[in-house]
Each structure stands twice: as C-alpha cells, then as structure tokens.
Design a protein around this ligand. Structure first.
Ligand code: FCB
Length: 447
C-alpha cells in the first residue's frame, strides 16, 4: 500500500479550460457564430453584461499560455474545440484557418510535453444548427458525428484522448430546461429530448474517434454530484434517490447499463424523450474512460412542490460555501468515485474538472494569495488519493481552471483560475494555489 497522499507514478496532473470561456476572437478567421455568441450578446443574459468576444484572448496568446502550463509542470491539458470555428455552419465546408489553430495548439502542446485532452462539445453549438432546433433536432447528432470525423482526420495522428461531450445535464437543463444558459429555452420536454440526443451523438461519434488512431482513448465528461438526504426520513431518502436519478443515473445508466433508469422514466411520464431502436446500444458501447466533473454534493429534502423531482435543496449551515454558493464537501468526491467503482464498475476515471471560485485580489506586492482555493484543492486531492488506495482506477486530475475566464451567465464575476487574469491588460499572474500545485505535481503527492 502506498503512502497516503502519494499518487501512482503514471498519474496525470492537468488543467482544464473550454473554447468559449478563453479563446475570444469570436469572429476572426472565418469563425461562425455560436449560440453563446448570440446569448451573451442578448441584453440581460449575462450578469455583468459581458461577452466572450475577447475573454482571455487565448486565440492569440496560446503560445504564452502553453509556456504558463510548462512552467507549472502540468502533464495534460484539457481544452475544447469550438465547433463553429472549424465548421462555421455546423456542417459543410471546413474553415481551414480555424482548424489550423487547433493543429498548431496540439503541436505546441506536444512539443512542450503536454498531453492534449480534447473535448468536442463544451456548449458552443453553431448558431446555424440552433436555427434548425439545436439539440432538440435529431439530425444535429449526426452532424456532430461528421464534425468528429473532421477533427479525427486532422488531429487524430497526435491526439490520443478525446471527450465527446462536457456535462450533458447542464446543456439539457440549464440551456433548454431553465434557460439560464444558451440557447435560453425553458421546456422540460425539450431538455429531456436534448439529453437523449446528446447521448446519441456521443454514441455516433464514439466509433469515429476510436478509429482516428490506434491508441485513441475516447470518453465522455459528466457533471456528477453525490446526493444525500437532508434527514434520515423515508421521504427524504426517496427524494435523494430521485435527485440522484435526475442528476446522475439518467446519464450513467444509458452509458454503462444500456437503459434509462426505470424509476425516472416513469417519474417523467409523458415528458420522456423519443428514443429509436438501436440508440441505446450505440450509447452503451464501452467507453475507454469516464471524465468526472466534481464541484459539490447535493443535499435534498422531499418537497411535493419541488418541480419534476419533487425535491428541494437544503443548505448545510455548518458548511463553508464558495463564491458560486456551492458547498465545499471534499468527502463527496471520495463517495462519488467509490460509487462509480461499485455500482458501475467504471473503467478508467479522470477527474476532468474540480476547482472553486473565490474572491481573489492582487496584493500590493503583486501576489494573489488564494489560501482558500489552495485548501480546497488540497482537501480534494486527499480524497482522490484515498479512493485510489481503495482500488478506484483514477488516472488523472484536471484542475478547473488554468486561468480566470468567462464563467457563462456569471461573466467575469467568478474567478476559478489558479492563474489570475487581468482582463484589461491580459496579464497573467500565478496565484499561490498555482505555485503550490506546481509542487504537488513535482513531488506527485499532496504537499
Ligand atoms: C462546469 C463547466 C465549466 C465551468 C465550471 C465552473 O460546469 O464545465 O465550463 O463553468 O463548471
């Protein structure tokens, strides 16, 4: 048994970002508009009225950002490709200049000894595909597979790790169910249909990406949150089960079991999605890995007035919360990993996102002392290492995020980076947590 807090030799440490949140260059070099361009340019959608037009200007500063990662010593970089940068209309002619950008980025990473982990869809759907219904339209799943073909042909000789989707639950519910994200629709029926089409598109793109190179590893990234009942009462335990079905099992079961969870199917009643014969067998082709985004747990009570799942979130008074008002609960990461191992015999796992937003300030001496983020990460790393000791096949850990960026509907008001970004000058400053992370990577243990 290895020493507590020490990670296996082949463990991979990385950082994560996504295209719309960092790239900027929203209409340069032939890029088409995405639903996030449209949404952020619509008054009232983003709390600070900002957009991702410039963001971290990574489209121009990527070389410097690779240097930053090299300096931190990260071994992997998880980023996403902007679909409309590569295919301005979502399908049809390729925008070579857009594709070239990712080609250079991948080369730059390889030269720096950093393994690229590429996400195909981190929420920036080409606007022209939204114009035909977006993910409510089944054909978009097929366009997604064609997009995967374009990427695999061009990058597949160098990219080994592919992720089809980032957080289908968020796309479905926050984007189509509740409208806080692009495209801003508010229909539970649409959300459920979208959840199925996202999974279907994963299933369609999977063999394409598998074929792109003989070593390619293909997975999907889910936002998972272990659910705990507010009290031990029978009702609250049932409520927790429903919430777990809503957040977690609705995605895990199709992928790992090949079926939607029966209890949720009946709970959703006539809102259930249209599923065609053969869809679930495509969706359940064994993935090489599962990407886990973990930020917080969910604590719920039974509440007949609580929407579709008849639940209500409960605040834990003795807990600490981040700037997102998410409870800090490191133990939840351990519980979640053990559960995936136990209930789903999960294959290789990566933590593809974990991190926290806090108020950061640049001190007089130019430093950013983000002790709370450092503590947050340390406590979560400890839980990850416990899970590995308990035989979970966790192979790597990506901190969200490399740098402060456009946090969706919160604009630039929430800082998740381990690197501080001054958005008026694009200056990057390593926060204390970044310096500490560098040490963790170097020693491969929680320092
Ligand atoms: C996740 C998203 C990521 C970022 C973090 C804070 O849900 O995948 O883009 O917004 O939350």
């Amino acid at each position: 048994m290895s020493e507590a807090g020490r990670f296996p030799d082949d463990f991979l440490w990385g950082v994560a970002t996504s295209a719309y949140q960092i790239e900027g260059a929203w209409k340069e070099d032939g890029k088409g508009p995405s639903i996030w361009d449209t949404f952020s340019h619509t008054a009232g959608k983003i709390v600070d009225g900002s957009t991702g037009d410039v963001a971290c200007d990574h489209y121009h500063l990527w070389r410097q950002d690779i240097e930053l990662m090299k300096d931190l010593g990260v071994q992997g970089y998880r980023f996403s490709v902007s679909w409309p940068r590569v295919l301005p209309d979502g399908f049809g002619p390729v925008n070579e200049k857009g594709l070239d950008f990712y080609d250079r980025l991948v080369d730059g990473l390889k030269e720096a000894g950093i393994e690229p982990f590429v996400t195909l869809y981190h929420w920036d759907l080409p606007q022209s595909l939204q114009d035909i219904g977006g993910w409510t339209n089944r054909s978009v799943a097929y366009y997604f597979a064609d997009y995967a073909t374009v990427l695999s042909r061009r990058l597949g000789d160098r990219v080994r790790f592919w992720m089809t989707h980032n957080e289908p639950w968020v796309v479905a519910w926050i984007g189509y169910g509740w409208g806080h994200h692009a495209p801003g629709l508010t229909s539970a029926r649409a959300a459920l249909q979208v959840s199925h089409h996202l999974l279907l598109s994963h299933g369609l793109a999977f063999p394409v990406l598998k074929d792109s190179g003989n070593q390619s590893k293909v997975g999907i990234v889910l936002n998972l949150s272990p659910v705990y009942p507010a009290t031990e009462s029978e009702q609250d335990q049932e409520a927790a089960r429903r919430q777990d079905g809503f957040l977690n099992r609705w995605y895990l079961d199709p992928i790992f079991v090949g079926a939607y969870p029966a209890d949720m199917w009946s709970l959703f009643g006539n809102l259930v999605p249209k599923v065609e014969a053969g869809d679930l067998s495509l969706i359940s082709k064994p993935v090489d890995f599962l990407g886990v985004n973990y930020y917080s747990r969910s604590v719920v009570a039974d509440d007949p007035a609580g929407g579709l799942t008849k639940t209500r979130s409960v605040r834990v008074p003795e807990s600490e919360y981040t700037e997102m008002d998410w409870e800090i609960y490191p133990q939840g990461l351990y519980d979640l990993l053990m559960r995936l191992h136990r209930d789903y015999r999960a294959p290789t796992l990566y933590i593809t996102e974990n991190g926290a937003a806090f108020k950061d300030e640049v001190a007089e001496d130019g430093s950013v002392r983000d002790e709370r983020r450092l503590r947050f990460l340390r406590e979560h790393f400890v839980q990850a290492s416990r899970a590995i000791q308990d035989k979970v096949r966790l192979k790597g850990y990506f901190v969200w995020s490399l740098m402060d960026n456009f946090e969706w509907a919160f604009g630039y008001t929430k800082r998740f980076g381990i690197v501080y970004v001054d958005f008026s000058t694009q200056k990057r400053i390593l926060k204390e947590s970044a310096k500490w992370f560098r040490q963790v990577i170097k020693e491969n243990r929680v320092v």
